[in-house]
Design a protein around this ligand. Structure first.
Ligand code: PLP
Length: 383
């Protein structure tokens, strides 16, 4: 096991409890898909998937076939939907590992059926309806053709229909209702053609929490599973909301002080000497940088880390592998001190959402940018 000071500690008990809490607020009977794409938003796909399944999730969502294969190779047999666009060269692997693909066109249906026939198997698919996001999926106008083609291909097993909201972070946005109606109409059309029971799903985390009528047969939750409230455009919910689950952030990103010294007035720090000390300033060096996923855009933006339970600002440019902080507020700081980049320390807290906002992005990107070279350590769920 790596002894590197910089590491991401993932509390699998938190993931399991977040799944359980989220399920507890869903319309009874609604299934939970744990979205574990991008290596579970940087948390580690297989351990997180197992924790979410232990918390009651019954489906897993990934972005590409490789991510699905990784989970299968870890021994995970739960139904697994590949949410992103997949091209024909990956169809054989998808069929071999029993991954469900997001079906979006008659041409794709034909190619997927051929890949399944070549292996003497059936291919699982959910039709994705592009109901307004204008990203992946079949346009409602082209759906009848697609359904007709799928009906003629016995090697395809259609198990569901889904769509993705463009504006769910604004619960009152009229597009939400239009998209929901388009999906329900698509399900109606499929039922009319004699397709068996189909899972209809639309909600991501924010819709799961704030748009109860979008729960349908299943919700697909990512960010909430990791313990972060989803991004909201409106400060206050104009709709009477459902009870919100208590979510606990699962990931702590930590490092340790590697050097401690004092800058003299006029001393500059790091590339370009963009920060200069005004007075004698105690500083510390951290063995972490943008090569680990600490965005260089955070340089000289007032971003801070936690040392001895207080905020120590980052000074000068963040390098690929090293970062300097001002420890004026905790001059007793010393080599080896625990430093928290994301998470809590002695009652103080810095969230991935806060760090993301300072870098001009959000919690989602901040978490999944934590680089593969940062070792992940798992606190195991008990019970
Ligand atoms: C990523 C993704 C989700 C999960 O989104 P969160 O906001 O993290 O809950 C759900 N559905 C689709 C299609 C996605 O791409």
């Amino acid at each position: 096991m790596s002894e590197r000071a910089t590491q991401a500690i993932v509390d699998l008990g938190a993931v399991r409890e977040n799944a359980r809490a989220l399920l507890g607020t869903l319309t009874p009977g609604t299934k939970l898909m744990a979205v574990v794409k991008a290596d579970a938003y940087g948390h580690g796909a297989a351990p997180v998937a197992l924790a979410a399944l232990a918390g009651g999730a019954t489906w897993l969502g990934v972005a590409c076939v490789d991510e699905g294969v990784t989970l299968r190779q870890a021994g995970i047999v739960a139904p697994l939907l590949v949410l992103g666009p997949v091209l024909a060269p990956e169809f054989p692997a998808a069929v071999a590992h029993d991954l469900t693909l997001a079906l979006a066109s008659p041409a794709m249906a034909g190619e997927l059926a051929r890949a399944a026939e070549a292996r003497g198997q059936r291919a699982a698919a959910h039709i994705e309806v592009d109901s307004g996001m204008n990203r992946h999926g079949v346009l409602p106008a082209d759906l009848p053709d697609l359904l007709e083609v799928v009906r003629q291909l016995p090697s395809l097993r259609l198990g569901g229909l889904f769509t993705h909201f463009a504006c769910a972070e604004s619960p009152a946005h009229p597009t939400n209702e239009q998209q929901l109606r388009a999906l329900l109409a698509a399900r109606e059309a499929a039922m009319g053609l004699g397709f068996g029971p189909l899972l209809a799903h639309a909600a991501n985390s924010v819709a799961s929490l704030f748009l109860r009528r979008t729960h349908l047969d299943m919700v697909r939750a990512g960010i909430a599973l990791y313990g972060y409230p989803p991004e909201r455009q409106e400060a206050s919910d104009p709709l009477p909301g459902p009870p919100l689950p208590t979510l606990r952030p699962a990931l702590t990103w930590r490092t340790a002080v590697a050097r401690r010294w004092t800058l003299q007035p006029g001393d500059g720090v790091s590339y370009g000497l963009t920060y200069r000390a005004q007075r004698p300033t105690p500083v510390a060096l951290l063995p972490v940088g943008y090569g680990d996923g600490l965005a260089r855009a955070l340089s000289n933006r007032g971003a801070a880390v936690l040392v001895r339970g207080r905020r120590a600002p980052i000074v000068g440019r963040i390098c690929m592998d090293q970062t300097v902080i001002d420890v004026s507020d905790m001059p007793e700081a010393t080599v080896g001190d625990d430093v928290v980049l994301i998470g809590s320390q002695a009652g103080a807290w810095i969230g991935a959402d806060e760090l993301g906002a300072l870098a001009g992005t959000n919690s989602y990107e901040t978490l999944c940018r934590i680089a593969p070279r940062v070792p992940r350590r798992y606190l195991c769920a008990d019970g």
